[in-house]
Ligand binder design. Sequence first.
Ligand code: GN1
Ligand code: MG
Length: 548
Amino acid sequence: MPIPPAVAKFADLHPKPAHVRFQYGTAGFRTVASVLDSVLFRVGVLAALRSKKLDGKTIGVMVTASHNPEQDNGVKLVDPRGEMLDTSWEGHATVLSNAQTTDDFINELDKFVQAAKIDLSKPARVVYGRDTRPSGASLVAALEDGFKALGAEARDAGVTTTPILHYLVRAINTKGTKDSYGDDSEEGYFLKLSAAYKKLVATRQTPSPLIIDCANGVGAPIAARLVEHLGDSMPLILENTSITTPGALNNACGADYVKTSQKLPPSLDGRLQPGQRGCSLDGDADRLMYFYLDERSQFHMLDGDKIAALVAAFVVELVKTAGLQSQVKVGVVQTAYANGASTKYLSERLPVRCVPTGVKHLHHAAEHYNIGVYFEANGHGTVLFSPATQETLRDYQPSTPAQSTALEHLRSLNQLINQTVGDALSDMLLVEVVLAHKAYSGLEWDSLYVDLPNRLVKVVVADRNQFKTEDAERQLISPPGLQQKINELVRRYDGGRSFVRPSGTEDVVRVYAEASSRAQADELAFRVGGLVYDFCGGNPTTRPKEFI
Ligand SMILES: CC(=O)N[C@H]1[C@@H](OP(=O)(O)O)O[C@H](CO)[C@@H](O)[C@@H]1O
Ligand SMILES: [Mg+2]
């Protein structure tokens, strides 16, 4: 079947800007919003094709640039089980987005449809949402033209969070089956989470109020609705909720600000009291960072690694108490950015795997455990219960009241946790459940282990693509000879660790370093940064001053 003429007609309305090259990367397409119109249209077409290829299963499309500045935007596709787009299609997305003229685009499309054996007569179904960015509405209009061009049945989920969009995709595709993921509506999502949360804390004291920094993004209206559903069971105070103030999104607030600057958002100064818990969401509410001030008002961050440690230990304990330890093996997945102290803490208790950066790698590795806990240090993560484990939890006959209670808790956790993708609000409730059960304050949680001081540095190089890594990105194999020099530097530092990899989302190379003291971690990072810069022939006049 030839490409319907409507595709070319609509494509003419969305010309590709000259001299821009797009790439479907770790987080889909992401760049300044002003150049994205053609990309959105073409992604609309691609989503419809993906649905046709999968017999009309619903595909999700999320328009967001997450923690990036407000003027950026982006788009990513969600596969039928609520997971990220299959990697084998990422390259096709890139090729289609870069076809210059309408004719080029139709040619590429035709080639792709033939090669992938897509039956264009099949139905196509999509569901799409966007964050609060001002550029969202017009980009969604371009996306909708892509759907129309192929006659896809399209459902608008409106302004919503990335994890809700993932939830909806899974809920729509499992509707009416024995694997039903929940009602396929935002309301269904809130009911599922709040009911599970209330069950889990039913016998616990109401916690002290938690402050949520909503990053002035879509997390604000969504958290406000969660508040209504939680009622008295969880006192939440929402901050940074100005979604219509120009420039406010992610500006000096949000999970990425907290992680990279290791500081309290200035807007929370005087609001967060010593001893009180606070947390930050990012711009699309799929990342979560916790923090608290000690009695001297010193800021302490509880990042994705701390969340993983807290949650994994709790799940292991429940599995044991339920008497399921021989059938249900719990494991953790991290990346090289995980703090060495967290890896040590976790490895002493359960299996830990290290995989390359990017949620899809963590997610897939976590699927290999019966219960897989994965978190990136930046606060993106979730817990996956394998299908077999869900059956075990359903059928298991406990033999004591203690076993029965632990089993009920595991069943509720399986409901509480958004298993399609990291979800800041679901993860926040999960953390609150564990804190309530352990009667931990932020301080006690923080004391599970002490973070090794660490430093992340960006290095601008002529061509980051010459950087190739192995061993889950912990070793460089190219440029040749550089890894040896890094090793020589690292050896000089007590508890030193450092690795270098090309970023998948920015045109930079990242250097990570940790050591037993702050000064040493900084020094090691700046030495490795300088080494990388010079090794790549960086211009001495623009060499960053802090590099040693
Ligand atoms: C050090 C770091 O935080 N890297 C981030 C960042 O990837 P880079 O490939 O390092 O640019 O963005 C990714 C997508 O959001 C996220 O998965 C990852 O953790
Ligand atoms: Mg995000």
